[in-house]
Unconditional design. Structure first.
Length: 158
């Protein structure tokens, strides 16, 4: 979904099929916009959270993260790649992790491809990790999305 899809009233319809599974769905918002843009969508995100959806924010260090009060903060692979040897990337990941901790959010590192990268992210306090080190991308699902007890992620580009 694009962030403009958040203007669609059907998303907030309590009778929509997806609404019944809201507690199992994480809305993944890409932090592409400015902090000002985050202010514009904050009310819509709040409304979705009140409906039971959780929010993940893919941060690239632009500052909208705090405004949206996400449940999950994702550290982009562009920050993670080579982090074990880059003090600047480490400082950015550490500050994102500290901010997420103050918000009560889980920190997820994307694009972890090496053992050294995994160790660096662990030392920086990352809660969860994903990337080729753990599993290669596949075109098939291990199990259908939204089985009982599972969660799904919807990507929203802002």
């Amino acid at each position: 979904m694009a962030s403009s899809d958040l203007d669609d009233p059907r998303i907030y319809d309590s009778c929509a099929p997806v609404t019944g599974s809201a507690h199992r769905i994480v809305l993944h918002i890409m932090e592409r916009g400015s902090v000002d843009h985050a202010v514009q969508i904050t009310g819509r995100v709040k409304r979705l959270r009140e409906m039971g959806f959780r929010v993940a924010l893919d941060t690239r260090g632009r500052g909208a993260t705090v405004r949206l009060a996400p449940d999950v903060v994702k550290i982009d692979r562009s920050v993670v790649r080579g982090i074990e040897a880059d003090a600047g990337r480490q400082a950015l990941a550490r500050s994102v992790g500290e901010m997420a901790g103050r918000c009560g959010a889980t920190v997820v590192a994307e694009g972890v491809e090496t053992v050294a990268g995994r160790e660096a992210m662990f030392e920086l306090g990352c809660d969860q990790m994903g990337g080729d080190l753990f599993a290669r991308p596949t075109h098939t699902f291990a199990r259908p999305i939204l089985q009982s007890g599972s969660s799904a992620t919807l990507v929203i580009a802002s």
